[in-house]
Write a protein that binds this ligand. Structure first.
Ligand SMILES: [Cu+2]
Length: 231
């Protein structure tokens, strides 16, 4: 009994209490640091970008893409297939951005046959004449660059695919507005590309520092876009 009593007393000396308190404080500090670190990792912002032409009119079909200046790009995850259909004797959509490694399907929803062909070095491919309702096997876009897609039967038909290594991209709407969502905070090279630039003209670019509450970023192109060719 006596021994037990003494032992108990020994384990509860002021020094032992001090040690226990210190351990609790250390643990709390560690939890606080970890939650701060997690919050920092998870903090992301939406970046809003506007695109206007030489005359100040809003530009649609502009691809805005952001590449981190520091650190690697996030790992590639298996992306869902992207669709560029043929309907109303046009490719739809006209302009598409995909990340490297994405597969694109070219279904034909028209009553007519189409013959899809690309001569671009980023992805040369051909899908020979195929009929309504047919979706040929998807095409893998495995190299960054600009791909121009033609129909060899209808010379006005054209689609553009911008293949990007970064996953942070979006396309401008009819008001020339683009929103890149959930962009992790940090510094980026932000680029703006329009199909009229093809693979010849370099995209416009500027540096942006993405923070929680970002001001809108503006791009002005030095040309007026050419209207899309129709039948
Ligand atoms: Cu066609």
């Amino acid at each position: 009994m006596q021994n037990n009593f003494l032992h108990h007393e020994c384990g509860d000396t002021p020094l032992a209490r001090h040690h226990r308190a210190l351990k609790i404080v250390q643990r709390l500090a560690l939890i606080l640091l970890m939650s701060l670190w997690i919050a920092r990792q998870a903090s992301a912002a939406d970046l809003v970008v506007t695109a206007i032409d030489k005359n100040g009119s809003p530009m649609s079909d502009v691809i805005i893409y952001a590449t981190p200046l520091h650190g690697p790009l996030p790992v590639t995850t298996k992306a869902a297939n992207v669709v560029i259909s043929q309907s109303g004797m046009q490719f739809s959509p006209y302009v598409t951005a995909v990340r490297t490694g994405t597969q694109v399907e070219f279904p034909n929803y028209d009553k007519m046959e189409h013959h899809v062909k690309s001569f671009s070095s980023a992805k040369e491919f051909e899908i020979k004449t195929y009929d309504r309702g047919v979706t040929p096997p998807p095409v893998l876009f495995d190299k960054a660059g600009t791909v121009v897609v033609y129909c060899l039967l209808h010379n006005w038909m054209r689609a553009y695919v911008l293949v990007l290594d970064t996953p942070y991209f979006a396309k401008s709407d009819n008001n020339g507005v683009t929103r890149i969502e959930h962009l992790p905070e940090g510094e980026y090279k932000l680029e703006a590309w329009h199909p009229n630039m093809g693979s010849i003209k370099p995209p416009l670019n500027q540096r942006v520092n993405v923070v929680a509450d970002n001001p809108t970023v503006h791009f002005q192109f030095d040309f007026v876009p050419i209207a899309r060719k129709t039948k």
